[in-house]
Design a protein around this ligand. Structure first.
Ligand code: BES
Ligand code: MN
Ligand code: ZN
Length: 500
């Protein structure tokens, strides 16, 4: 989709469809909506006074102007109550309108920047939200369909229309970052939506390599022999039951810029989690193709960071492997030696995520990071505790504060969980240094506590458990069913705010 920004009057645009908005309870529209209403001879006021349009959030009406009006359609979108309006409302409104336009067969849309300058919403943030909402809302995963005749084409051109030339630069800047961030999120969605026979560790590594070339990131793929030589026994224990060789994607933005602060992102990349010998029930097992959602998030996020030119040295580490049962697979009770040197008793082979993460966390030390953030579809307990609205975050207070702020802004939200010493009691074992699973109670925190034992000494670290967030069962305004791309916008926003 092409995005343009122009200075002009919305009611004068010759286009397939133009967009106007209305807050709930407004009966006398002003601004762009008022101007369009006047040009339409009061058609919008008529809709409102008839009670057919109330301005509820994401309510849409389509008007068909008669001769003399340059646009073929007017899409009216409700923004809800003005006092409750936020950037999230902009993303949702933009997505709702874009989908409606697509349903109508519209490929060219002119829109104002909803909410620009209203309350404390900045013009640049508003423009970013319009573009993000549009691209994210229109996302579809069609690469494996061969019968696409009946599918509506997506928007080809989105034109942002602003009457005040003083706002043009801010709008262009916001639109550009919105496009970069939304497209990175769509890359992560593709990686999650791709089935596990296609998105194998090798193929995901290839995708990361290609992306790195396009956006100018340094990329290295660590192969199995190197993992063996280093002694990544925990990571390799998960891989030993699968046919696909393990890979570790290592992406770097501003590699070698020693004066910049270094942030390492680690993403869990289980391309399929069958549970291994501790086999999962078959019912929803297909969903475990999303168990590389953390890896997808860090790959997408660092790609966006590069395109945004963020003044940080960022490293993304994505350990990739299947978790499969076979004669060579790890068994419950096996003990393996981690990269850190600690021996780990495998309690359940279905707690594989933490095994691949600990060796990656230890490996992260060599980048001498100022902070490490890992993100993983780690525990079903996270989904039980928090459900859809927020992922769990635990670890360093300062990082939690950063992540909460970024989460509230992007709506890739997180909520803090504790890492009390007592969680460690459950990880004691008679046969090794540590057991990797506790009891069912507090499962997300024992997992987090286990990870914390492998974080390089003295480095602030936070762990995000996004088990419930990776795959959506139902459509939301800008999050279609399927892979969500959760975490990309969260991490990018945290990084954008790093020095500020
Ligand atoms: N990948 C799963 C966690 C998960 C569950 C992600 C549901 C998304 C949706 C993870 O590897 C897992 O199996 N965790 C186990 C841990 C247990 C064996 C200690 C769990 O949560 O049941
Ligand atoms: Mn598992
Ligand atoms: Zn898993």
């Amino acid at each position: 989709m092409q995005i343009q920004t122009i200075v002009g009057k919305i009611q004068e645009q010759e286009t397939q469809a133009l967009v106007v908005n209305l807050f709930e309870g407004v009966t006398e529209p002003v601004g762009a909506t008022g101007a369009v209403d006047a040009a339409l001879g009061g058609a919008i006021r008529a809709l409102v006074t008839a009670g057919d349009f109330r301005g509820k959030r994401n309510e849409v009406a389509v008007l068909y102007p008669t001769a003399g009006f340059p646009a073929r359609r007017v899409l009216l979108v409700g923004l809800g109550k003005a006092e409750k309006f936020t950037v999230e409302g902009i993303r949702q409104a933009a997505a709702t309108v874009a989908r409606k336009a697509r349903d109508l067969g519209v490929t060219q849309l002119h829109t104002p920047i909803h909410g620009a300058g209203i309350g404390s919403i900045e013009v640049e943030a508003a423009a970013q939200a319009v573009v993000e909402g549009t691209i994210l809302g229109l996302y579809r995963y069609h690469e494996l369909k061969t019968q696409l005749e009946d599918v509506r084409p997506n928007l080809e051109i989105l034109v942002l229309v602003e009457h005040d030339p003083a706002k043009l630069d801010a709008i262009k800047a916001g639109a550009q970052s919105g496009q970069i961030i939304a497209e990175a999120t769509c890359l992560a969605r593709n990686l999650v939506n791709r089935p596990a026979n296609i998105a194998t560790p090798s193929r995901i590594a290839e995708t990361a390599q290609v992306m790195a070339g396009v956006v100018g990131l340094q990329c290295r793929i660590m192969e199995k022999p190197e993992m063996e030589a280093l002694g990544m026994g925990a990571f390799l224990a998960v891989n030993q039951g699968g046919g696909e060789p393990a890979k570790m994607v290592i992406l770097e933005h501003n590699a070698g810029c020693d004066d910049l602060p270094t942030v390492v992102l680690v993403g869990k990349g289980i391309t399929f989690d069958s549970g291994g010998i501790s086999l999962k029930p078959s019912q929803d097992m297909w969903k475990m193709k999303d168990d590389m959602g953390g890896a997808a998030a860090v790959i997408g996020a660092i790609g966006a960071a590069a395109q945004l030119g963020l003044p940080l040295h960022i490293v993304a580490l994505a350990p990739l492997t299947e978790n499969m049962p076979d004669a060579w697979a790890s068994k419950p009770g096996d003990v393996v030696k981690s990269l850190k040197g600690l021996t780990v008793e495998i309690h359940s082979t279905d707690a594989e995520g933490r095994m691949i993460l600990i060796d990656t966390l230890t490996y992260a030390a060599q980048f001498e990071p100022q902070a490490i953030v890992d993100i993983a579809t780690l525990t079903g307990a996270q989904a039980v505790a928090l459900g859809l609205p927020a992922a769990a975050v635990m670890g360093d207070e300062g990082l939690i504060t950063r992540l909460r702020a970024a989460g509230d802004a992007t709506y890739d939200r997180v909520w803090p969980m504790p890492l009390f010493e007592e969680y460690g009691e459950q990880l004691k074992t008679d046969v090794a240094d540590v057991r990797h699973v506790g009891s069912r109670m507090g499962g997300s925190m024992t997992a987090g506590f286990f990870l914390s034992k492998f974080v390089p000494e003295g480095v602030p670290w936070a762990h995000i458990d996004m088990a419930a967030q990776g795959l959506a069962d139902e459509d939301r305004p800008y999050i279609p069913k399927g892979g969500t791309g959760y975490g990309v916008r969260l991490l990018v926003e945290m990084l954008r705010r790093w020095n500020g």
